[in-house]
Design a protein around this ligand. Structure first.
Ligand SMILES: Nc1ccccc1-c1cnco1
Length: 232
């Protein structure tokens, strides 16, 4: 999988060289290119935004740099592009979205600032590429960079070969393997910590009983915290 990220803050993505994504890059499973949008500005101040038509607070990202940046990514692509535009106005990014995007060959993340990218760029993307406008949740960020970091991690860990033990993906919160229940509580050594013990069932060695207890815990936790996820 190839991932292109276009941003005016390319340094935001230095963490991608760490941990899981870094290992996937080192294994050659994914390739990440971060592009500085200002590369495609042609004025002395490398201007990427301007005041909004119609007035209002804040600034809007100009279309020209975006058009040239996307042209560059397209010209250097091996196959079809899937463009992801993080935005508070997008549809929710969910685990199902992550699985869908983990199957794509090339993802392009267009990181805009909060006031947004000129709508004509977004319309251009919808006309020319598979394009998804996605939101992480109903809160305000200053730009798409943080959302992109989260989405890249959620997507890359699902790409075959990235996670050592694929079985572990089946038992996570929101994974299909658990019928999208929240994850059950987890424990490890020591058996007693600050007067707190581990549920006896987990020490029993009775795997069927442990699986049943974990499902009960996952269902109870989901009912308490996210009742809308329960389909029964
Ligand atoms: N608030 C934002 C501002 C700019 C780009 C994305 C977002 C966003 C994405 N998910 C929630 O917020």
């Amino acid at each position: 999988m190839k991932i292109d990220i276009i941003s005016i803050f390319p340094d935001y993505f230095a963490p991608l060289s760490l941990s899981l994504v870094g290992k996937a890059i080192a294994k050659g499973i994914i390739d990440v290119d971060v592009h500085d949008l200002r590369t495609w500005t042609h004025d002395r101040h490398h201007t990427t935004d301007d005041t909004p038509y119609g007035g209002g607070a804040g600034m809007v990202m100009k279309p020209e740099p975006w058009g040239e940046a996307l042209d560059h990514v397209e010209a250097t692509a091996d196959g079809p592009l899937t463009v992801i535009i993080p935005t508070p106005a997008g549809r929710p990014f969910t685990q199902a979205t992550a699985y869908e995007l983990a199957a794509k060959s090339q993802l392009v993340f267009a990181c805009g600032r909060y006031e947004g990218i000129d709508q004509r760029v977004i319309d251009h993307c919808h006309d020319r590429y598979e394009t998804l406008e996605l939101s992480l949740g109903d809160y305000v960020l200053n730009g798409g960079e943080v959302a992109t970091l989260a989405m890249v991690e959620a997507i890359v860990r699902l790409v075959p070969g990235v996670i050592g033990n694929p079985r572990s993906l089946l038992e996570e919160s929101h994974s299909d393997g658990q019928d999208a229940l929240l994850e059950y509580p987890n424990y490890t050594k020591p058996p007693l910590w600050r007067g707190r013990s581990v549920p006896e069932i987990l020490l029993s060695g009775n795997h069927a009983a442990i699986a049943a207890w974990r499902r009960e815990q996952a269902t109870a936790r989901t009912r308490a915290r996210r009742p809308e996820l329960l389909t029964d």
